[in-house]
Write a protein that binds this ligand. Structure first.
Ligand code: NAD
Length: 298
C-alpha cells in the first residue's frame, strides 16, 4: 500500500504509518508532481496546504482514501472524490483545544495591546502610558458557531469571568453556562465576537458592513474560522471608523494573504493560519490519521 503524505504531520504518526505501508512524504509539491505521485497512491494524507482539486483527484488511479489531518475540507474537491468512490475523512476533534487557546492568545493580545507593546520595546522605547488595556473579566463574549471549537472557547471564557452568548443554526445540548441568543442579539450585546462556523454558502461574508453596523462600538472581532466568513473590506472600513477596536485574525480570504492594507492596519493582530499548529493538537491529529488508515484497510 502506498501512503502519500503531502503535508507535514506529527513525526510519531509518520513512523506509525510506515508500519502500514510504503510512505512517500513530500510537501510543497507543484500540481504536476502531485499528479505523478498520487497516480499510484492508495491513501493521500493532507493538511490545509495541499489542494486536492478535481484534476489531481482524477489523476489518482488507485486512491481509496483521503485523510485530512485537521478539520476543514475546503481544500479537497469532495464531489470529484465521491464520483470516484474515494472515502474522505478528517480528524475533527483533534485540534479544537489548540484553536480555542489561540483565540484566547488573540483576545488577551488585543485587550493588553501585547503586539504594540512588543514592537515599541523592541524599538528600545518605554511607552508605558500608551498601553493601558482592559480586562476580559466581566465582558460579554459572543460565539458564532457553537460546535467543538466554539464550546472549548466558551469553557475558557467562563474561567476568565466572561459572560458567554452563543448563536448556532442547530440546537446544541450543553451544560456550559452560556446563553443561546439570536444572531442580532449576539451582535448588539457582545464586547468580543469570535467566529467558529465552517465556510459554507450560508456563512460566506456573514460578517459584512450590515452585520458590523449592528455590533457595539469598539467591539473586538476574532476570526479563527475561515477567511471568507468575514468580508475583509468591510472590516477595514470599520477599523478606520473605530467601530471595530481590534481585528484578531488567523485566516484570510486568500492565503497566503496579500491584503496588506489589512495586515498593516495598527489595530489588526494577524497570525498566519496557525490555529491548529500546536504540538499536542498535531500529535492528536496525526495519531487519528493512523487510526483511520488502519481501520479503513482492516
Ligand atoms: P463544528 O462542526 O464542530 O462546529 C461548527 C458549528 O457551526 C456547528 O455547530 C454548526 O451548526 C455551526 N454553523 C454552521 N453554519 C452556521 C451558520 N450559518 N450560522 C451559525 N452557526 C452555524 O466545527 P469546529 O470543529 O468547531 O470548527 C469550526 C471551524 O473552525 C471549521 O469549520 C474550520 O473552518 C475552522 N478551523 C480553523 C482552524 C485554524 O487553524 N484557524 C483550525 C480548525 C478549524
Amino acid at each position: 500500500m502506498k501512503i502519500l503524505v503531502c503535508d507535514k504531520i506529527a513525526p510519531e504518526a509518520l513512523e506509525e504509518l510506515k508500519k502500514l505501508g510504503e510512505v512517500v512524504f513530500k510537501t510543497g509539491m507543484e500540481p504536476e508532481e502531485l499528479k505523478k505521485e498520487i497516480a499510484d497512491a492508495d491513501v493521500a494524507v493532507v493538511r490545509s496546504a495541499t489542494k486536492l482539486r478535481r484534476e489531481i483527484i482524477e489523476a489518482a488511479k488507485n486512491l481509496k482514501l483521503i485523510v485530512r489531518a485537521g478539520i476543514g475540507l475546503d481544500n479537497i474537491d469532495l464531489d470529484a472524490a465521491k464520483e470516484k468512490g474515494i472515502e474522505v475523512r478528517n480528524t475533527p476533534a483533534a485540534t479544537s483545544i489548540s484553536v480555542a487557546e489561540l483565540v484566547f492568545a488573540h483576545m488577551l493580545a488585543a485587550a493588553r495591546m501585547l503586539p504594540m507593546a512588543y514592537t515599541s520595546m523592541k524599538a528600545h522605547k518605554w511607552e508605558k502610558k500608551l498601553f493601558q488595556g482592559f480586562e476580559l473579566y466581566g465582558k460579554t463574549l459572543g460565539i458564532i458557531g457553537f460546535g467543538r471549537i466554539g464550546r472549548e472557547v466558551a469553557k475558557r471564557a467562563i474561567c476568565f469571568g466572561m459572560k458567554v452568548l452563543w448563536y448556532d443554526v442547530v440546537d446544541v445540548e450543553t451544560d456550559i453556562e452560556a446563553k443561546r441568543v439570536s444572531f442580532d442579539e449576539l451582535l448588539s450585546s457582545s464586547d468580543f465576537i469570535t467566529l467558529h462556523v465552517p465556510l459554507l454558502p450560508q456563512t460566506k461574508y456573514m460578517i459584512n458592513s450590515e452585520t458590523i453596523s449592528k455590533m457595539k462600538d469598539g467591539v473586538v472581532l476574532v476570526n479563527a474560522a475561515r477567511g471568507g466568513v468575514v468580508e475583509e473590506k468591510a472590516v477595514l472600513e470599520a477599523l478606520e471608523s473605530g467601530k471595530i477596536a481590534f481585528y484578531c485574525v488567523d485566516v484570510f480570504e486568500k492565503e497566503p494573504t496579500d491584503n496588506f492594507a489589512l495586515i498593516d492596519h495598527p489595530k489588526v493582530i494577524p497570525t498566519p493560519h496557525i490555529g491548529a499548529s500546536a504540538k499536542e493538537g498535531q500529535f492528536r491529529a496525526g495519531m487519528e490519521v493512523v487510526r483511520i488508515v488502519r481501520e479503513f484497510f482492516s
